[in-house]
Design a protein around this ligand. Structure first.
Ligand SMILES: C[S@@+](CC[C@H](N)C(=O)[O-])C[C@H]1O[C@@H](n2cnc3c(N)ncnc32)[C@H](O)[C@@H]1O
Length: 345
């Protein structure tokens, strides 16, 4: 068996016993393309690099755990920042490439790479001083990788240890998006003279990951939840939170959008980045939730409701999201109230 075939078969062995969704999840990270997209996301990768390089006094001589190391980029940043030793863990076969990358960069003695699930591998150190991880998915929580970071925190982080990054805040806002909603959702009303409404239901249920122009925002953003990675638990990732959106101008509302901000508060000078429509492009873009109704709002009027999120019962990496909305106005023609269910899968 050649080296490549041996690696493929050892990866397959590790997947034995995993359900189909888990295998699909981890193999999605096997291909170099997804890593290229992440590494080329300059806002993302530069923020991690700055957070690590600007805090050599925190990393110097520390044992660091890189949860989901992928190609090893964060592990190598940590070595350059003076870490005593870095352990990188990844279930995906991309870790084979990480080994080669670490070797050609002369860091083999400083980085131990382990292929396996974070929840199952045995680390060469009983405890670590710092956890670094890029775990964020679309709508922050899609893929549910944060659970894995929380597992690593509870199992391996020394008391007083640091997590990079350690804070995430999710926002919602409402947008005018009539043209695109018509193209994506209205399209199904009449397809070559046929009623395709069953397809419209699926299209409405699926949140759209796309870039939203700032000028589409009809309301100010509203921070719905903030996660402190030192204290948050897996149970907290199922939540129902209120929101309240005040119209900045008279316009129509076709959808709510969501995005998140990330903070590295352990840094000497805190480093943050945003995935919002006001910020530089990131591969997370924004997540668009089309509403059934079109709301006709006037400046200063308020739309409020709840956003409920929970991992899907059958596949915990998918998300079940319900958004309820109430637009109370004295004008009975414009009054609107409803609830929409979405699944991110
Ligand atoms: C978003 S990528 C980040 C890769 C790399 N750290 C970077 O910043 O470019 C997440 C990685 O975590 C890995 N991963 C996710 N859950 C894991 C788990 N439970 N055990 C091991 N690896 C995991 C995936 O295979 C993937 O390579």
């Amino acid at each position: 068996m050649d080296q490549q075939s041996a690696q493929i078969s050892s990866s397959a062995d590790r997947m034995v016993g995993m359900d189909h969704a888990e295998v699909r999840y981890f193999t999605s990270y096997d291909h170099h393309g997804i890593h290229e997209e992440m590494l080329k996301d300059d806002v993302r990768t530069r923020s991690y690099r700055d957070a690590i390089y600007q805090n050599r006094h925190i990393f110097k001589d520390k044992v660091v755990l890189d949860v989901g190391c992928g190609t090893g980029i964060l592990s190598m940043f940590a070595v350059r920042a003076g870490a005593k030793h870095v352990i990188g863990v990844d279930m995906s076969s991309i870790i084979e490439k990480a080994r080669e990358i670490v070797e050609v960069n002369g860091m083999t003695s400083k980085i131990t790479l382990l292929q396996g699930k974070m929840e199952e591998v045995v680390l060469p150190f009983p405890k670590v001083d710092i956890i670094i991880s890029e775990w964020m998915g679309y709508f922050l929580l899609y893929e549910s990788m944060l659970d894995t970071v929380l597992y690593a925190r509870d199992r391996y982080l020394v008391p007083g240890g640091k997590i990079f990054p350690d804070k995430a805040t999710m926002y919602v806002a409402a947008i005018e998006d009539g043209e695109y909603k018509e193209e994506k959702i209205g399209f199904w009303d009449n397809v070559y003279g046929f009623n395709y409404s069953p397809m419209k239901e699926i299209a409405l249920t699926e949140p759209l990951v796309d870039t939203v122009e700032l000028k589409a925002l009809v309301t100010d953003p509203y921070a719905i939840i903030s996660l402190d990675l030192y204290t948050v638990t897996s149970a907290d990732l199922s939540f129902k939170v209120p929101y309240s959106l005040t119209a900045k101008r008279s316009d129509f509302i076709h959808a709510l959008i969501s995005w998140f901000d990330i903070e590295f508060t352990a840094c000497h000078k805190p480093i943050t980045f945003s995935t919002g429509p006001h910020a530089k492009y990131t591969h997370w873009k924004q997540t668009v939730f089309y509403l059934r109704d079109v709301l006709t709002v006037e400046e200063g009027e308020v739309v409020h409701g709840y956003l409920e999120n929970k991992p899907n019962d059958k596949n915990k990496r998918d998300l079940d999201i319900t958004i309820s909305y109430k637009f109370e106005t004295e004008d009975p023609v414009r009054y609107a109230e409803g609830s929409c269910f979405y699944r991110m899968c």
